[in-house]
Design a protein around this ligand. Structure first.
Ligand code: ADP
Ligand code: ADP
Ligand code: ZN
Length: 214
């Protein structure tokens, strides 16, 4: 799944993987798990995540490849937030070839920069399960509490106005080249991400089901 930070990738991926009973492999969530557990990988990633820069490819690729090698990914998976550079995309191609599989589709969720900033500005994340909410557009039933698991909601330390702008620049420079990469591979499907969470989900579900049944 491709899209600028704040496009709604995590939100859409969570709904889709619940419906299709597939693992939701989100590199940002994996980094946050390592950070909260204080692992060595987490310590290596911390400065980059806090600044809103990309964690070096080598560390990121190793972490995601390890996740994809687990048994629950054998029947398929949804990648969210990875790859973010051409080098990561090339490494992913190699990993998938080794696994004897390939990508079915690369949905690109398109929103304006203004929409992305408004969405990021009101994002609340569950400390326990990683689910995301929005203070206006998708509020939890009880303020500060996750509907799914009862965990505490917090604002990520990299969810500040300065970091948001920087992350959007990083996306333009390092991740946008992947749009052409996957267009040339015939995998890219562009979706309008400006609608409601439900509207985007309906459109996404349709294109993914089509691509995976073909
Ligand atoms: P990404 O993973 O692309 O960075 P998220 O899924 O974390 O994006 O969404 C960013 C914020 O926008 C969250 O607060 C989420 O609740 C909210 N959001 C996601 N999709 C929509 C939508 N279609 N309309 C309004 N708000 C949305
Ligand atoms: P967002 O939902 O706002 O797009 P993520 O949760 O996907 O943010 O990522 C948070 C941070 O984790 C990024 O700013 C970056 O530091 C790091 N990160 C996540 N995925 C990658 C990746 N594929 N390559 C390098 N760094 C990554
Ligand atoms: Zn939760």
């Amino acid at each position: 799944m491709l899209g600028v930070p704040g496009a709604g990738k995590g939100t859409q991926a969570e709904l889709l993987t619940e419906a299709l009973e597939l693992p939701h492999v989100a590199s940002g969530v994996l980094f946050r798990e390592h950070l909260s557990k204080g692992t060595e990988l987490g310590e290596q990633a911390r400065v980059y995540v806090d600044r809103g820069d990309l964690v070096p490819d080598e560390v990121t690729i190793r972490m995601v490849a390890e996740r994809l090698s687990r048994a629950d990914c054998r029947e398929g998976f949804l990648l969210d937030g990875f790859p973010r550079t051409v080098a990561q995309a090339e490494a992913l191609d190699q990993t998938l070839t080794q696994m004897g599989t390939e990508l079915n589709i690369v949905p690109l969720i398109k929103v304006s920069e203004e929409t992305a900033l408004v969405r990021l500005g009101g994002r609340w994340t569950c400390r326990k399960c990683g689910d995301v909410y929005h203070q206006l557009f998708n509020p939890p039933q009880v303020e500060g509490v996750c509907d799914e698991c009862g965990g505490e909601l917090y604002q990520r330390s990299d969810d500040t106005p300065e970091t948001h702008r920087h992350r959007i620049e990083v996306y333009s420079e390092q991740t946008m080249p992947l749009i052409d990469y996957y267009r040339q591979a015939g995998l890219l499907v562009e979706l309008d991400g400006e609608g409601s969470i439900e509207q985007v989900q309906v459109a996404l579900r349709m294109v993914v089901e089509q691509a995976c049944s073909a």
